[in-house]
Write a protein that binds this ligand. Structure first.
Ligand SMILES: C[S@@+](CC[C@H](N)C(=O)[O-])C[C@H]1O[C@@H](n2cnc3c(N)ncnc32)[C@H](O)[C@@H]1O
Length: 453
């Protein structure tokens, strides 16, 4: 697409008009736009679809503007050492720095922080300054650091003293911290074998993770090993957090649940702790739900999760927690709906087809399959992609949309030999396993609805 307006002016204009739209939306709600300097607190427009769309345009334009005006070598100098962002976030999360600063709005001197978290204060100052320079934490006065809007989301749910006393429950209810822990521990360790794996690894070594941890087990089998219990718990907490990060409407509106008969059975296959089921069971309490996962997940975090969130759903039989390996025949026959959130992207095509065939074999002719997953989007114009964005933005909206999808795609490659897929790739998985793609509801996670054929 071409335009008489220069790319720089077009990008600046997207930013200016977007900022105007945001300020108007906040002023209509009588609240100021949240300050980067203040800890995060939930606001009325956090999940507002129009605000999110405007925010995406501004971020895409701002990022493209930086890429346009910055010298190429400066951009390379920024991107190439980005592993220090992972390391820095990993360290401060692991040693509980945001928690140490939780009740310190004026900040603490790094000597005090270092003593509290048991890290050399001279080195910690450099890590915190790296982060503060990238808007995570605030350097209030030289060497005095405070939480800001971004660092504060890494505060865990236990007090600093409890976190130090008992590491086994460190990540319970700590959504963002658990995600950082997963990505910067098993993710980053595997990533150090990423180049070697893609370039040199024998074909029977499935992923960089397998090279890094010298294992033949899948990530899930590895998590089941007793030595990885804390990592498995952390991962489950991160996924439970995803249930809260993605708006409930993705799940409640992704399929026309109201068309089902009362008491229909809905199966959450590979459901983790069952956070999507919790959302659905709150919205549609007339149905029966089964959350299935591997034994350690069901008998561990899933039971604890439901005891905390909605014990009566389990005691009155609305929700059943069931151990099931989805590579074995599906025990719940003729369910109204089998659904999976962020399962298909964990597996390569052949394995995904096996999972889907087990569901098809258990399904009734009327059963539906609903897959909630991200859709891969090309960076170039694509009739199957997003509606064309304003000139001169990338067709997948760059950083805020395509950036997230492509990062998770590489994370899948790194740990699982999985991948994010386009709509036609999902349709092909369905065709190979007896499911016909009937409809796609796009969104932060798409809902792909299949019927049995
Ligand atoms: C990315 S998580 C998604 C969890 C859940 N669907 C959600 O969105 O919160 C993948 C889940 O698949 C489960 N899983 C892996 N292999 C499995 C298997 N063979 N059978 C059943 N569940 C499995 C894992 O334990 C994990 O909970």
């Amino acid at each position: 697409m071409s335009s008489s307006i220069s790319p720089l002016a077009a990008l600046a204009s997207i930013i200016t008009s977007g900022v105007h739209t945001l300020e108007s939306a906040y002023s209509e709600h009588g609240v100021p736009f949240p300050s980067l300097d203040e800890p995060y607190s939930a606001g009325p427009l956090d999940n507002d679809a129009a605000v999110t769309a405007t925010t995406h345009l501004i971020i895409a334009a701002a990022h493209q503007l930086i890429a346009t005006i910055r010298t190429p070598i400066a951009t390379i100098h920024d991107y190439a050492p980005s592993m220090y962002m992972s390391s820095s976030l990993g360290l401060i999360t692991d040693v509980n720095v945001p928690d140490a600063l939780k009740d310190e709005p004026a900040g603490l001197h790094v000597d005090v922080i270092g003593a509290k978290v048991n890290v050399d204060s001279g080195k910690l100052a450099r890590v915190l300054r790296y982060l503060a320079t990238r808007h995570v934490f605030r350097e209030v006065t030289p060497n005095v650091f405070a939480n800001n809007r971004i660092s504060s989301v890494l505060i865990k749910s236990r007090s600093f003293e409890q976190l130090k006393a008992d590491k086994s429950t460190k990540y319970d209810g700590a959504i963002a911290a658990a995600l950082v822990g997963h990505q910067t521990d098993e993710g980053q360790i595997s990533n150090s074998f990423f180049i070697e794996h893609l370039r040199d690894a024998p074909k029977d070594v499935e992923t960089p993770f397998h090279l890094a941890f010298k294992t033949k087990a899948t990530l899930w089998e590895w998590y089941e090993e007793p030595i990885n219990r804390l990592r498995r718990q952390r991962f489950a907490n991160a996924m439970a957090g995803d249930g809260e990060r993605f708006p409930a409407t993705i799940f409640t509106g992704g399929f026309n649940w109201n068309t089902l008969d009362a008491e229909s059975v809905i199966v959450d296959v590979g459901g983790g702790v069952g956070s999507v089921t919790l959302t659905l069971a709150k919205a549609f309490p007339q149905y029966k739900y089964v959350v299935q996962d591997l034994p350690e997940v069901i008998d561990g975090q899933a039971r604890t999760y439901w005891e905390g969130q909605s014990p009566q759903s389990v005691s009155d039989g609305t929700v059943t927690l069931q151990t099931h390996n989805f590579f074995e025949p599906q025990p719940v026959k003729d369910a109204a709906v089998y659904f999976m959130r962020m399962i298909m992207h964990n597996w390569p095509d052949a394995t995904s087809i096996t999972i889907l065939k087990h569901l098809r074999a258990a399904a009734a002719p009327s059963s539906k399959l609903v897959i909630f997953d991200m859709l891969m989007l090309h960076a170039c114009p694509d009739p199957a992609g997003l509606p064309p964005p304003p000139y001169p933005l990338l067709a997948n909206l760059g950083l805020p949309v395509g950036g997230f999808i492509t990062a998770i795609d590489l994370h899948m490659l790194n740990l699982l030999n999985g991948q994010e897929r386009t709509v036609s790739q999902f349709a092909a998985l369905g065709e190979a396993s007896g499911w016909k793609l009937e409809g796609v509801k796009p969104g932060a996670l798409a809902a792909l609805v299949f019927s049995a054929v």
